[in-house]
Design a binder for this molecule. Sequence first.
Ligand code: FUL
Length: 480
Amino acid sequence: MAETKIRKAWCFGNNGYEKNGTEVERLTSVFPSKRQLEFLSMEYYNFIHFGMNTITNREWGDGSENPEIFNPKNLNTDQWCEVLKKTGSKGIIITAKHHDGFCLWNTKYTDHSVMNSPYGKDIVKQLQKSCEKYGLKMGIYLSPWDRHEKTYGTEEYNNFFVSQLKELATQYGKIFTFWFDGACGEGKNGKKQVYDWERYYSVIRELQPDAVISICGPDVRWIGNEGGRVRKSEWSVVPANSASNEKIMRESQQSEAQGKKMTVIDTDEDLGSRELLKGFSQLVFKPAEADVSINYGWFHCSKPFSHARKKRSAKMLSEIYFNTVGANASMLLNVPPDRSGRINKREIRRLEEFTRLINEPFKNKIDCEIFAEGEKQRRKIDFSKSLVFEDDDYGFSFVLEKSGEIKTVVLKEELSLSQRIEAFEVFAEIRGENKRVFEGTVIGSKRIIRLKDSIKTKKITVVITQSRGNPAIKTAELYG
Ligand code: FUL
């Protein structure tokens, strides 16, 4: 970190990697779809795990639960939306059906639903209305694995699943994601289902063309754990088979008890470096999403000493936010309502503190001039449109009117041109010398750089040291 000389590697040698050429063209011709870009702009949104398990204090029901026991007395989807909207959410994904097969909507295809419970109302419909009222998007978690449905394990189940999917895709307004869990994909209870994924996907593409299909789907990549961990470099251009449904199902939760252990990830694992991609002919754009729960369980648990009830602290959650949203991954935070049907004070307090912590670094935006720094020329820019580097540009700098304290730099890559940037460094001018204060790898949809020590400077320079073709920055901001 003691580096004081700006390394203009992108212009001179690109760390030994080709700047252009056929391989670079191959990699940079993998683009996000419009629906993926729209999804990426959400950054942070919530899961609501709610259903039969909330009543029985379980994480995985077995499908034999009697709908008679489902009667949340105070269920209020407006309250969910109010709490989540206030704490920064952009959308809510509801467990319309979890593995136990109990449906939260008015479905024609099974009796195992809210409509046959004493509660008797369509919860997905209520949530749709509340989301519209509070300006939130709605997403659907529909568990492929169904422990109640008799046809599970036969071809007939695919028809059943498609019928349910069609109901959800046509009667509940615009859906931003269909979230297909990989859990127990290999089947348990002696039944193995051959899922007709392609058929599910074509139904969604036809009925909800703007929705992304997540996890066991082509658009959003499960990060591979449920503890909010991300890799050192989270790539969005990856080999097609590194995110295949078979792999996801193998690595997903395999038993109720295993829920406790779903936090492991190899943070050095390489999913998208040039060395790796060279060996793969089929590449896809598949950005990462980290799903994590506010407690250690996914469903609200009212048993005092249960592991599932244990809290993740606001501080811990805010670090997960900076390491996901701030490092090219989306954050899907689960906030489960309690058995009365409301989000509990216990969760609300932590959410409020979490929001305070994640907003803290962005209170003081620094107004300054920005210059593209080239070997031959220096030109003023303003990010009203993206900065696409010229061949001799090595970076860009923020120039303050007078020396000020800098704590945070936020960068976004222009992903409509693919993910190009592989390495970058940040320098601060201190007593006339450029001192390297940060070095990183990917930028992607967003990179939040919290500088270790707050720095007093008049000039911050961001240098791109390695890139696949000319780097392209969408926005760059500085905070004190
Ligand atoms: C897992 C499921 O088994 C959990 O119950 C939860 O729904 C989580 C989001 O995905 O695979």
